[in-house]
Design a protein around this ligand. Structure first.
Ligand SMILES: Nc1ncnc2c1ncn2[C@@H]1O[C@H](COP(=O)(O)OP(=O)(O)O)[C@@H](O)[C@H]1O
Ligand SMILES: [Mg+2]
Length: 371
């Protein structure tokens, strides 16, 4: 990138996963703060059915509120995205428009959650084109998205995880008795979740075998691969942000706690996003320093274990014994200013606009190709 050239950033959002609306809400916030003096911004939406369209940078329309799930306008004309290997850039063009070219994009900010966005698939597309993008690469994104493989890699790295059983389609269809036995061995109550889900969609807490079939079918509506875990009853839910520095090392943020679910049984979709009364987040968490430091240490190890880049949020349960276990890692965590990740960083001295800027700078400076 020559110094005279104002970098053009494609903010990509929406996407084909069930977290489309959450991604739009995130994009609304990022589009509102991105420094237009430093960057040209091209907002690109991916509709529910996978069409790439040029979106207006009108953050208000994209807000997520009770009763309004924002979405990319799938009826808009598709843009043409092609790669320019000589410049490590992609070119975005409106078909038939004069001039047709919206410009060569230097860095892509994929603000996408869930499959086909946070799981390495779109990252693979950018890798093929030699295009710089924000966040984790193909492998870290894929492992972070799939709670089954995430646990395998974390366990291999010596990190504490919750026990689990995997229910693959063939097992569910051919040997339900074996699945019931495996789940009973974990001990009820259990949490049943889609392996590659997010935003708590498709998750059910199940108290006995009678509720198992419906919960598995519900999760299978999101992913044919389902995970079952014993409920971490009475545990505290603590989260920690990880952010890379420009020198490549990563820092852990202050940790935060989800201290109340309001009317909800657990931290489900409505509790997460609808700003309901009684749902309380405490930043920083009111826990002993030693525990906070241990959580930060584990968060950095988790980031390293799957080979993350840029950012991640690592979520923990802390039980009565005071020992943290990792629930999951998110390679593209919720990213509105009221989301945990930006709030934890604000508390740690990195403001929301600085966070956005840091991620774009990291992406624009990192080499393309195998790293
Ligand atoms: N094993 C568990 N024990 C207790 N609560 C759980 C368990 N698994 C999930 N939950 C609850 O469900 C929420 C969402 O689960 P999580 O695994 O983080 O999925 P997602 O990727 O959708 O966020 C958690 O924040 C927590 O409140
Ligand atoms: Mg979660």
């Amino acid at each position: 990138m020559s110094p005279a050239h104002k970098p053009r950033i494609a903010v990509v959002f929406g996407g084909r996963s069930s977290e489309h609306a959450v991604s739009c809400a995130t994009a609304a916030s990022v589009l509102a703060v991105i420094d237009r003096d430093r960057y040209d911004v091209v907002p690109i939406g991916i509709s529910h059915d996978g069409k790439w369209v040029l979106e207006s940078a009108e953050p208000a329309r994209l807000q997520l509120t009770a009763g309004h799930l924002p979405a990319v306008d799938g009826a808009a004309a598709a843009v043409v995205v092609s790669n320019d290997p000589a410049r490590h850039a992609i070119t975005v063009a409106e078909p038939g428009a004069t001039p047709p070219e919206l410009g060569a994009v230097d860095v892509v900010f994929p603000l996408l959650h869930g499959p086909w966005g946070e799981d390495g698939t779109i990252q693979g597309l950018f890798e093929i084109g030699g295009i710089r993008y924000v966040g984790s690469g193909v492998l870290a994104s894929a492992v972070g998205m799939d709670k089954h493989y995430m646990k395998i890699v974390f366990a291999a790295a010596g990190l504490p995880i919750t026990p689990y059983a995997v229910v693959k389609p063939r097992e569910w269809e051919d040997d339900r008795g074996a699945v019931r036995e495996a789940v009973a061995a974990l001990g009820y109550p259990v949490f049943v979740k889609p392996a590659r889900g997010g935003s708590s969609l498709g998750i059910t807490k199940v108290y006995d075998v009678d509720g198992l079939d419906d919960a598995v079918e519900h999760a299978r509506g999101y992913d044919p691969k389902v995970l079952v875990e014993p409920s971490a009853e009475g545990s505290r839910e603590i989260e920690c942000g990880v952010l890379q520095r420009l020198d490549g090392d990563a820092d852990a943020s202050k940790v935060a706690e989800i201290t109340g679910y309001g009317e909800h049984e657990f931290y489900d979709f409505d509790a997460k996003y609808l700003g309901e009364e009684g749902v309380t987040l405490q930043v920083p968490a009111d826990i002993p320093d030693e525990l906070a430091e241990e959580i930060q240490r584990l968060a950095l190890l988790a980031f390293e274990a799957i080979g993350c880049e840029g950012l991640a949020r690592v979520d923990f349960f802390v039980g009565h014994d005071g020992a943290p276990v990792i629930n999951e890692i998110n390679t593209m965590p919720g990213f509105t200013p009221s989301s945990m990740f930006p709030r934890m960083w604000a508390e740690s001295g990195v403001s929301y606009p600085e966070l956005v800027d840091r991620l774009i700078t990291l992406a624009s400076e990192r080499p393309t190709g195998l790293r």
